[in-house]
Design a protein around this ligand. Structure first.
Ligand code: ZN
Length: 389
């Protein structure tokens, strides 16, 4: 019922946006043409020409408004290739590239691999265009307006192969899209350069540094939407994994916490202009809540829109933050806490675990149950350490 109701809202918005705009332009253009014709069949008089100029100007203003209206309801994220089977119910196997011998769900975002115990942090979107050798040739496009954050063109250095990361600011929230396994990246694409929604950034391919590689029939772009955890990732990595290589600085997959792009695309489709990325983030299901005895760390400065209000902490002063994490470790809410609201002295305190969510999506192993008591597992502690480093 809810979906249908929002669907109807979207249709109305579409009609008032696109339909009205197009209608206004067509009617205006016809009327102007008629006026021009009539004008040139009459003896020329200055006032007539003036009023015609005025009408023309009014029409241009109207058309500009119509276009602005179209722009205002444009969706923040667009599919990165021409494959649109995501929206055809029952055609999911034409959209998602499955892992060998498995169903299309293994190409989705989530705990979809190794019987639910391995995370896949993006969508594997199948190729729909191939050359005569069967190689993918699909242009890969920017999902939203943004700037180039990182380009890797040394495929042997990453299991992402050739990949591009773009930075977007949607409703004041920084989000990073990632496009992996590219055959090639557009030649002049450099960090810091602006890109527009739908602009081609590269060509789909099968690059990866994994031993088995990606077979031709599985050719896909691996697409992610991420929040960024810490700009000091490189230093944290050196401290945490001494002697281990990090070839991509802060643009290492470990520093990018993914949300589900499929849910976003479908919600945009259903809700149209009513879709809010910020509300989508704020509405994530929590896997756990953790108290951090720290009052300043990079994530707080990067995502102020995700900080909630607490009058007690505003009155008494902030002594720490309560963070809510979804199953993939995305911190999607922070509530300041006063000293009077904090009990233990530990740096990180696990406050609660959503057991139903843990049963649904356990694969990141952020928490674990020991003798009936929940505790932060190694992955959870490492994530918190990175976040607050
Ligand atoms: Zn993938």
């Amino acid at each position: 019922m809810v979906v249908r109701a929002t669907g109807r809202t979207w249709n109305i918005q579409r009609r008032t946006g696109f339909g009205w705009a197009r209608g206004a332009i067509v009617v205006g253009f016809r009327w102007l043409t008629r006026r021009w014709l009539r004008h040139y069949h009459r003896p020329r008089r200055l006032p007539a020409r003036l009023s015609l100029a005025r009408a023309g100007a009014a029409f241009l203003v109207l058309a500009a408004f119509a276009c602005a209206g179209q722009h205002a309801i444009a969706q923040p994220f667009r599919l990165p290739t021409a494959n649109r089977f995501l929206f055809d119910q029952g055609a999911e196997d034409k959209f998602f590239a499955a892992t060998p011998g498995k169903t299309w769900t293994t190409g989705c975002f989530g705990c979809v691999r190794s019987d639910g115990w391995q995370m896949h942090e993006g969508l594997d979107i199948r190729s729909v265009q191939r050359d005569k050798h069967g190689e993918p040739t699909d242009p890969v496009m920017a999902t939203a307006d943004g700037t180039v954050a990182y380009v890797n063109t040394r495929p042997s250095l990453s299991n992402y192969g050739n990949y591009v990361v773009l930075r977007h600011v949607i409703e004041g929230v920084e989000v990073y899209s990632l496009y992996a396994h590219l055959h090639s990246v557009r030649a002049e694409l450099k960090a810091g350069e602006a890109v527009r929604t739908g602009e081609v950034i590269g060509v789909m391919g099968r690059t990866a540094n994994t031993r088995q590689g990606i077979a031709k029939d599985r050719a896909h772009v691996h697409f992610e939407l991420n929040l960024f955890l810490n700009e000091r990732f490189d230093a944290w990595h050196r401290k945490t994994f001494p002697g281990q290589r990090n070839d991509h600085g802060a643009w290492n997959g470990q520093n990018l916490a993914g949300v589900d792009p499929r849910t976003i695309f479908l919600a945009e489709r259903n809700q149209g202009a009513g879709f809010s990325f910020l509300n989508f983030l704020r509405g994530q299901t929590d896997l756990c809540r953790v108290l951090v005895r720290q009052t300043d760390f990079p994530w707080l400065r990067r995502y102020p829109a995700l900080i909630r209000r607490n009058p007690v902490a505003e009155r008494e002063g902030v002594a720490g933050y309560e963070l809510a994490f979804n199953f993939n470790g995305v911190p999607f809410a922070a509530t300041p806490r006063a000293a009077s609201e904090i009990r233990g002295r530990a740096r990180f305190q696990l406050l609660s675990v959503n057991e139903a969510e843990y049963r649904r999506n356990p694969c990141r192993k952020l928490v674990r149950s020991r003798g009936g008591r929940w505790e932060l597992a190694g992955n959870g502690l490492r994530l918190l350490d990175l976040l607050t480093y």
